[in-house]
Design a protein around this ligand. Sequence first.
Ligand SMILES: CC(C)(COP(=O)(O)OP(=O)(O)OC[C@H]1O[C@@H](n2cnc3c(N)ncnc32)[C@H](O)[C@@H]1OP(=O)(O)O)[C@@H](O)C(=O)NCCC(=O)NCCS
Length: 182
Amino acid sequence: MIDGVLLRRAESEDAWPMGVIETACWRVGYAGVLPQPVLEALDETVRADRWQRILRRAGSEAWVAQNLEGRVLGFTALGLPSEEWEDEPDAQDEHRVRSLFVAPPFWRLGLGTRLLKWAEEQTVVLGGQHILARVPRDAAWVRKFYERAGYTDTGGSAGRLAGHSATFATYEKLLEPVTPSP
Ligand SMILES: CC(C)(COP(=O)(O)OP(=O)(O)OC[C@H]1O[C@@H](n2cnc3c(N)ncnc32)[C@H](O)[C@@H]1OP(=O)(O)O)[C@@H](O)C(=O)NCCC(=O)NCCS
């Protein structure tokens, strides 16, 4: 675990590090899962612009993990399917982990688990009773990550990953309601 990591709401100046981290995650984590030309075609600027648009929207729920030097190490974003997110079909009226990315040099240090826990807590605050995450089926380590965090595989679906056809597993976790203080 890394000391001194702070979780805070993402702001518009975080769009660039978010785009860089997202692109690095695809390139490092999805080599062998997605075709190399698809990974090479990813563009940090395009991803950062997309985050800029998302963060400007009222009601966007995104948080970054930042270290003591102020460097963004990872982030998570929540959303309901009714919101406009690329590569995601609209489905039930459910809360979802839309994005969860940790910069590759900081993998396996517990940051992903911390961000996911935070996303779950925020979902409860938003009134959610369970949370979904759509995971590329071929990304075995991501499935392991969610399974270890208490998520259950509820079935598969077809979709698109970085513009490429892929199959997904939908993971679900029931969340404990917040107990009001006496
Ligand atoms: C998935 C991801 C967020 C995990 O972040 P992380 O900070 O490395 O996760 P943690 O350190 O909290 O890992 C918790 C557990 O998940 C499992 N896990 C995580 N990465 C793993 C890997 N590469 N191989 C095997 N197990 C892994 C392990 O059980 C790990 O516990 P351990 O290290 O004590 O064995 C990160 O790998 C990532 O950003 N991946 C690319 C983006 C992505 O696929 N996001 C999810 C899409 S919904």
